[in-house]
Design a protein around this ligand. Structure first.
Ligand SMILES: [Zn+2]
Length: 228
């Protein structure tokens, strides 16, 4: 009875090795990294977009104000032509004020222009990096697919073999084995001079007696099945 489960475990071990080989392929990890890069780029792009929108809003406000001032100055200039001296001084004063405001606005517009350039550069950088990440991602996916294609037939035939071997194993034992498979492989270990072949804990005398019942015992420490 223990021979069958040992045979099962042997096939299972080969399968596990191939499966972990597949999931540990560097291309797989690299692909995940690239995907993260792309996601980060997307988040940054959204921020850049918000900044650009705000900057454009400021730009349009400043531009509207600028145009408004220009219209007023034009109107003033025309009034000056027909006004008397006092009026002219007063108008000249307003005009100067307007020019000061225009100067301020021009500075503001130049600041906005710089911000737009920064936003634009950032946008270009993100797009450039995204393109690189996308190319790398496709490359990784292709390599992973190639590796998978090579390993898959082996994995599938081992799965068939494993199912066949499982039919010969005691159902309850197999069930327990499958529960332990993920956390403590190999599940079936040998009795090494009275110790568990998995965790090296000494097998108690009372447990030793149980060997006769099933041909195996369950380690009191690690829970693996010990066979003689
Ligand atoms: Zn043990």
């Amino acid at each position: 009875m223990t021979q069958e489960i040992l045979k099962y475990q042997e096939i299972d071990g080969k399968l596990k090795k191939l499966e972990s080989e597949l999931s540990n392929l560097p291309e797989r990890k690299k692909a995940a990294e690239m995907q993260n890069h792309l996601k980060e780029g997307q988040i940054r792009l959204e921020k850049v977009e918000t900044n650009a929108q705000k900057t454009m809003e400021n730009f349009n406000k400043a531009k509207a104000y600028y145009n408004e001032l220009m219209v007023k100055i034009e109107a003033l200039s025309k009034t000056i032509e027909t006004a008397d001296l006092d009026k002219i001084r007063e108008l000249q004063h307003s005009k100067n004020n307007f020019y000061q405001m225009i100067e301020k606005l021009e500075k503001e517009l130049s600041k906005i222009n710089t911000q737009l350039t920064i936003v634009n550069n950032e946008y270009n950088t993100i797009i450039k990096n995204a393109k690189i990440a996308k190319t790398n991602l496709e490359d990784c996916r292709q390599k992973f697919a190639d590796a998978k294609q090579k390993l898959e037939p082996q994995i599938n035939s081992l799965k068939v073999e494993l199912t066949e071997a499982g039919k010969k194993v005691d159902k309850k034992l197999l069930e327990k084995y499958l529960q332990k498979r993920e956390s403590k492989f190999p599940v079936i270990v040998k009795n090494i001079n009275g110790t568990c072949g998995g965790c090296r804990m000494a097998i108690s005398a009372s447990k030793m007696g149980e060997f006769k019942d099933n041909g195996y015992i369950e380690c009191e420490n690690c829970g693996r099945f010990i066979v003689e």
